[in-house]
Write a protein that binds this ligand. Structure first.
Ligand code: CTP
Length: 409
């Protein structure tokens, strides 16, 4: 996640059972290229030891022993100044009460008070505590310009109860952290993204499809939401989970199976959109006849009658005027030339053409290729993760979006 790269992030850990999961957050932040400093409350150190976080972050960990001592050492002002973002995960009801009321009676609350950095709170507690009047009114007292709150997930709790209160997945926390830090350069923009393969059934147990996992489109959807866009993701069958919505309207996912369904879901997602990113790999053909029941092996045909599925970009072309449209082309040969031809034939603004075959192209692997633009020189893109590539492609898209100060000319 590009927003986290080379930034200093203070991870505040408070005393809840989810404190042990903060280790995954620290590790994820480090993996994303952040410099991570940890401050733990006294209560947090009863659940996990500071040594764990020292090892994970390669930085000294601040505790209340450092705060209530004589003779110099770590200062809350020094930590506050160094932090670009403060993430408190998990955040207990007690820490929330401290922050809402301006207490500075331990190192973490003093750092928050002494800093101007944005703060992401990840509250995690028992459902009744979360829903209590005290907790909800403390949440309402936080300065909305500075504090972001990631509401707890609903699910199984350590107490054995079920309800809202669960600590979210560490990867989801990283996305929120990146969104809190910004830049939110796609705010006000609505992007339709298609991703994944489609499946064309021959009978209820046999089908035509391709090895697309949908990862490229899912990473684009994820990065776009982090950068402030409203995303409508049309997703074919894949095991890769789509990004979690930050709030109602920030990520609408519609699941489809066939190319026909993908066409209709994409058409339905277009009104009011500013851009279409067609990263899906729709099956180009389907069996001409679909058998309603499973065919027995002995009855299987030796040849299969096929018919073409609709070309989604071509079919929707009249509805795409005024949108910035990006396509993809996975090619085994003449990658750049085939990509340029498709860009022109399909009337696209941008197209990313990449080689496939062998180990390249599909799944959770680095991607490389050519970024072809209608009116600009082709950019050679060296191998990089699909998450990094997603940000680069969105940069080029944003340059063309009038809503982002770009031009479609
Ligand atoms: N595409 C589409 N509808 C289809 C197939 C593809 O809109 N039925 C889109 C893809 O999402 C991609 C672009 O068209 O953005 C190029 O896809 P590709 O499969 O490379 O192109 P085809 O038109 O199928 O060309 P060919 O099979 O001749 O390479």
């Amino acid at each position: 996640m590009r927003a986290l790269q080379d930034r200093t992030i203070l991870l505040g850990i408070t005393g809840g059972i989810a404190a042990y999961k903060a280790g995954y957050v620290a590790r994820g932040l480090r993996k994303a290229g952040a410099n991570v400093r940890v401050v733990m409350t006294d209560a947090a150190t009863k659940f996990v030891g500071p040594v764990t976080f020292e090892a994970l972050t390669e930085n000294p960990v601040g505790t209340d022993a450092d705060f209530f001592h004589t003779g110099g050492g770590v200062s809350h002002v020094e930590i506050a100044r160094a932090s670009d973002l403060i993430v408190i995960a998990p955040c207990t009801a007690t820490t929330l009460a401290r922050l809402a009321n301006g207490f500075a009676d331990n190192l973490l609350s003093a750092v928050v008070l002494a800093s101007r950095a944005p703060v992401l709170l990840v509250p995690s507690m028992h459902t009744q505590m979360w829903q209590s009047h005290a907790v909800q009114s403390n949440l309402a007292r936080l300065d909305p310009a500075r504090f972001r709150v990631m509401p707890p997930e609903a699910g199984d709790l350590a107490s054995g109860d079920v309800g809202p209160g669960r600590f979210p997945e560490p990867d989801d926390i990283l996305e929120r952290a990146a969104a809190t830090l910004g830049p939110r350069d796609l705010e006000g923009v609505t992007i339709v993204v298609t991703a994944g393969p489609t499946r064309e059934p021959m009978d209820p147990v046999r089908l035509i499809t391709n090895p697309s996992t949908g990862r490229m489109g899912i990473e684009i959807a994820r990065a776009a939401q982090v950068r402030g866009a409203r995303v409508r993701l049309v997703l074919g069958p894949t095991e890769v989970p789509p990004p979690r919505p930050f709030d109602a309207g920030s990520m609408a996912v519609s699941r489809v199976t066939t190319t026909d369904q993908m066409l209709e879901a994409t058409r339905a997602a277009l009104p009011g959109a500013n851009a279409l990113v067609m990263a899906a790999a729709p099956a180009d053909q389907r069996p001409a006849a679909v058998r309603p029941a499973k065919s027995r092996k002995r009855d299987l045909p030796t040849t299969l009658g096929l018919e073409a599925t609709p070309d989604i970009l071509a079919t929707l072309r009249p509805a795409l005027a005024g949108l910035v449209v990006m396509g993809f082309a996975a090619e085994t040969d003449d990658v750049e030339a085939s990509g340029r031809r498709k860009l022109e034939e399909k009337g696209l603004d941008l197209l990313f053409a990449n080689p496939v075959g062998g180990d390249q192209g599909f799944g959770d692997r680095p991607n490389e290729g050519f970024l072809i633009a209608r009116d600009r020189e082709t950019q050679v893109v060296m191998a990089r993760s699909k998450a990094d590539l997603a940000d680069l492609l969105l940069d080029r898209l944003a340059e063309r979006l009038p809503a982002c100060g770009g031009t479609t000319a």
